[in-house]
Design a protein around this ligand. Structure first.
Ligand SMILES: Nc1ncnc2c1ncn2[C@@H]1O[C@H](COP(=O)(O)OP(=O)(O)OP(=O)(O)O)[C@@H](O)[C@H]1O
Length: 623
């Protein structure tokens, strides 16, 4: 099935593991660093190589390619990047060609060749790689040619459609993708999804029936993530003319029903929601719509799958949902952490268990999965030492103080950096701890903008609170030519803060300067967000540079997701992404972010806390 050639990437080879009977893992890892069991070489199709690693060279239709490139360009924090220069992240390079391979049925190939021959001029002008001149965004695409294209595609038999999962011969393909946080997994799952929907859209459009049609569902664990994925996909208007709906917390049951009613005439291509919205709300208010909906779904994405299955009741709901799916073609699971445990938990979903047994479950991982990000400065602050006298909150005050002082000195002539670097995110393990920190900081920093986000925070408040962290003004809006030359260089010299074990690039004496003296009675442009694990997953914080962990998170997985909120792709990200930052003309000063973890003697007794420290010290993988 797969050819016998290994795809050699400098000194790394491609490996697979047998995670369970017949399920394959593809990816690039150094053999010694593998933490997953049963490592085996995998046979990889060598034509999966993407020329120059450029996104534009992915083997996908140009309509989808242009749509995705424009979405990345609009969303990424890499400034002024040309769409021709956008490179694939590791997970995009590894997973997109593999997942869309499924669309590549001989019938489709033959058809596309025919179309190309017969309509060469037409296709070259509108749908080949050379589309930049007449395609700037979805909205500018010539309607007539688009519909012509889709008409041409009508009648193409869908790959392995229809599917009956109750048959022994299950034909649903499952792809579980795992890659480091902030590495563009959203694009990695949206690209094959859109490609599928565009290639095979007309079959459904031609059907006359009276039941709702929802062609694909993207399940996410929280309302914030539902909105994040929806906002990304809709950034430039309707993507490739697809009908995308979000069923977020604000969508009432009656609005949901009326959208589904409309889908009888105008099929919904993508629904983005939490599992509860469909597997509980819809099921209870309109069981018949629920069963029609599930019956029609062809493609499903589970983002942050481990969390989705952890959440109370979601697993049963999802199992019931998939049992009803008669037309399901593909499922993509996504996570920033993949462990043996996770892979075995996945099989609690019957459909995945069945697919695994039928050799239809592929796991795709990158070499940087679970790896420390070298662009982050990690500090461990042991509050049991000296003046901190076992007070985490005091340690937090010191950290904020040192960040503030450093920024004041380094960026006083640069409002852009001042704004970016003066945002601090604090993770606490419990709501009580969040409230306690809030109270302390509000006293310590009366003029700072201190916000908390906990489970009870209302949807409106969440939007308002998160806004400054999810959006940033480009440098040009706050920075002009005159001030450009006066950016001070980042001082590389680090000093210890007296009476603490905090290392910082500033020098001050605790005898003469107290945080209170500096902060009180001054208007500070300092933003602090205090939260719990509620925001540790998937949220695409833009250019966040300071993260404080009030205590070690409950396990290493949570640690990886929390620190994954800084140094995301485009915002310096992992080292191998720097090659993507040709157009990145901000400044190297902006490169690093800092994570401060406050521990006490008790915490360091835990093995995993020691493991984290070791991983950081020796630049190894976390797990
Ligand atoms: N090829 C690319 N080039 C540049 N930027 C990209 C590319 N692909 C995605 N991005 C940008 O990278 C950022 C992070 O992407 P995304 O939120 O999908 O990460 P993720 O892998 O899902 O992270 P997490 O594990 O935290 O959920 C986004 O702002 C996105 O626009």
């Amino acid at each position: 099935m797969l050819n016998k050639k290994f795809f050699i990437l400098s000194r790394t080879r491609l490996y697979s593991i047998l995670t369970s009977k017949d399920s394959l893992v593809y990816g690039i890892r150094e053999k010694k660093a593998i933490s997953l069991s049963n490592l085996k070489d995998v046979e990889v199709n060598s034509n999966m190589h993407i020329k120059d690693n450029l996104f534009k060279n992915l083997p996908i239709t140009s309509v989808v390619k242009n749509c995705m490139l424009n979405l990345i360009k609009t969303d990424t924090t890499i400034k002024n990047i040309d769409i021709d220069e956008i490179k694939c992240s590791d997970i995009q390079r590894l997973s997109i060609p593999r997942i869309i391979q499924k669309n590549d049925t001989p019938v489709l190939k033959k058809f596309l060749d025919l179309v190309k021959e017969e309509h060469e001029i037409n296709m070259l002008t509108n749908f080949d790689d050379n589309t930049e001149s007449n395609f700037v965004g979805d909205l500018q695409m010539k309607q007539v040619n688009t519909s012509q294209y889709h008409n041409l595609l009508s009648g193409i038999e869908k790959p392995s459609y229809p599917v009956d999962i109750h048959d022994d011969k299950i034909d649903v393909d499952i792809f579980s993708i795992g890659a480091e946080t902030g590495s563009g997994k959203t694009v990695a799952f949206l690209t094959p999804l859109l490609e599928y929907l565009v290639l095979y859209r007309s079959n459904f459009n031609n059907e006359k029936n009276s039941s709702p049609i929802v062609r694909s569902v993207i399940f996410l664990p929280t309302n914030e993530l539902v909105n994040q994925v929806y906002d990304f996909l809709m950034k430039n208007g309707r993507p490739v003319h697809l009908n995308v709906k979000k069923f977020d917390i604000e969508v009432t049951p009656s609005q949901m029903i009326s959208s589904l009613r409309e889908s009888v005439e105008d099929p919904i291509d993508v629904v983005i929601c939490t599992p509860e919205k469909i597997t509980k709300s819809l099921k209870s208010i309109n069981p018949s719509y629920y069963s029609h909906l599930t019956n029609r779904v062809e493609y499903c994405v589970l983002d942050e799958t481990d969390i989705l299955m952890d959440k109370n009741g979601s697993l049963d709901g999802l199992n019931a949902f998939f049992k009803n799916c008669k037309n399901l073609n593909t499922i993509i699971n996504c996570s920033g952490t993949i462990t043996d445990n996770y892979l075995s938990n996945l099989k609690e979903l019957d459909i995945i268990k069945r697919a695994t047994e039928n050799n239809k479950h592929q796991v795709i991982i990158t070499k940087n999965l679970h790896k420390i990000n070298n662009n982050i400065n990690y500090y461990n602050i042991d509050c049991s030492i000296g003046a901190l006298s076992n007070s985490r909150i005091k340690a937090l005050g010191q950290v904020i103080f040192s960040i503030y002082k450093k920024n004041k000195r380094d960026y006083k002539n640069d409002p852009y950096f001042m704004k970016i670097f003066n945002r601090i995110m604090v993770f606490a393990n419990t709501k009580e701890s969040v409230l306690e920190i809030e109270e302390y900081l509000k006293r310590l920093l009366p003029n700072a903008n201190i916000q908390i986000l906990v489970k009870e925070t209302s949807v409106e408040d969440r939007k308002r609170i998160l806004y400054p962290y999810l959006n940033y003004s480009p440098r040009d809006e706050v920075f002009n030519e005159e001030t450009k030359t006066s950016i001070p260089k980042l001082v590389k010299k680090f000093e210890w803060i007296p009476d603490s074990n905090i290392k910082t690039p500033i020098i001050f004496s605790s005898d003469t300067v107290h945080p209170e003296d500096i902060f009180i009675n001054k208007k500070q442009d300092i933003n602090i967000l205090i939260t719990t694990d509620i925001l540790s997953r998937g949220i695409n914080f833009k250019k966040l540079k300071n993260l404080v962990l009030m205590e070690p998170p409950k396990n290493v997985l949570s640690f990886i997701h929390r620190i994954g909120r800084v140094c995301r792709y485009g915002d310096t990200g992992n080292e191998n992404y720097l090659s993507n930052i040709k157009a990145y003309n901000n400044n190297v000063i902006e490169k690093n972010a800092s994570v401060y973890m406050i521990t006490d003697l008790n915490d360091t007794k835990h093995n995993w806390v020691r493991d984290i420290k070791k991983a950081i010290t020796f630049k190894k993988k976390f797990i």
